[in-house]
Design a protein around this ligand. Structure first.
Ligand code: UDP
Length: 335
């Protein structure tokens, strides 16, 4: 267990994978502000060392199981938070091997290294993609898991592994199923910096900035009011806050659980594009094209469980504000 900190409470040590990446770096910032000691491990394949401001960074790849086990033995974390992953639906359809290795096999390595060293608390970055095409909207955590792309499957497999690790080894975990995470640290220190920029809001902002000639709208024949796909966009800081609450809940109650994280309402691709144009004041070219393989038509969270059980109280449920923070980051990026 941890050491006594200046507040007289326990100073917890958190090992956090993927902390040089978009979501992980925001969570590290909140953890540090709350007095946690954080060791980040990241292979820097898509992350940036400049994003690790509030923790120590070890550059390690999760395929190096022995190295992982040594680090865990040395650092003695109270819990592990696992963000490192490949995250593009379309790429996962073309290159499933990458997704099963990075997301499933490497997570198994991490879990094994934890069990070897007696670390029993785990926070897992799961995804709405585990649901596939849901029967009901908004989606509750007890909906069936029928992922329609290798990305979603690679994460759903981990959720299965976690159940078995709980029964066999007493691993206690919380899986957080993210809907569409967007926006940037309102204080401007952190944001998304991903070379390929395939996600809608980042792509649209970069198009506004002139980094791309035009924005493609993938699919206008979905069964939605304007024909484009609908997603539940959640601000990265609200998501980060939910991680702290989940961690504290897990450490206190020692009970595994699963929570959706979204706001419970969605925007179509066309609506997002309109808001990006309004916030930036730039009218960039848009072209309608075919659906992108692997995309479900509508994903909207029922997050009432996170609100009632974790006392999650999101602050930034406003797409204009989300886009504004991301635009501010695009214009003033540190990395
Ligand atoms: N999308 C689009 N143009 C783009 C990027 C994304 O029309 O340049 C659409 C995509 O097909 C999906 C929605 O925007 O319907 C959200 O996609 P994103 O990649 O942001 O997140 P995902 O839901 O795949 O995690």
């Amino acid at each position: 267990m941890g050491y006594v900190n200046w507040k007289g409470g326990l100073l917890m040590r958190i090992l956090l994978t993927g902390g040089a990446g978009y979501i992980g770096s925001h969570v590290v910032k909140l953890l540090a502000k709350k007095g946690y000691e954080v060791l980040v491990i990241d292979n820097l394949s898509t992350g940036h060392k400049e994003a690790v401001i509030y923790g120590k960074l070890e550059v390690v790849d999760l395929k190096e199981k022995e190295k992982l086990s040594e680090l865990i033995k040395e650092f003695k974390p109270d819990a592990v938070m696992h963000f490192a992953a490949s995250i593009e639906v379309e790429e996962s359809v073309r290159n499933p091997t990458k997704y099963y290795r990075n997301n499933t096999v490497n997570t198994l390595n991490l879990l094994e290294a934890m069990i070897e060293n007696g670390v029993k608390f785990f926070i897992f970055s799961s995804t709405a993609a585990v649901y596939g095409i849901p029967e009901e909207i908004p989606i509750r955590e007890d909906a069936s898991l029928r992922p329609i792309n290798p990305y979603g499957k690679s994460k759903a497999f981990v959720e299965e592994i976690l159940k078995d690790f709980d029964s066999a080894y007493g691993l206690k975990y919380i899986s957080l199923r993210y809907f569409n995470v967007a926006g940037a640290d309102p204080e401007g220190e952190l944001g998304q910096s991903y070379k390929k920029a395939t996600h809608l809001i980042t792509r649209a902002l970069k198009t506004a900035k002139g980094e791309f000639d035009k924005l493609y709208i993938f699919g206008t024949d979905y069964p939605t009011p304007d024909g484009t796909a609908i997603r539940d966009y959640i601000h990265v800081m609200d998501l980060a806050e939910a991680h702290i609450l989940a961690l504290e809940y897990l450490l206190e109650n020692k009970k595994s659980d699963i929570f959706n994280l979204g706001y419970g309402h969605g925007y179509s691709v066309r609506e997002v594009v309109d808001i990006v144009k309004r916030v930036t004041g730039i009218d960039f070219p848009v072209e309608e094209t075919a659906r992108r393989p692997g995309d479900p038509p509508v994903l909207i969270a029922d997050s009432s469980k996170a609100k009632s059980v974790l006392n999650w109280n999101p602050k930034y449920d406003n797409l204009g504000f989300i886009i504004k923070t991301a635009w501010n980051w695009e214009l003033n990026r540190r990395y």
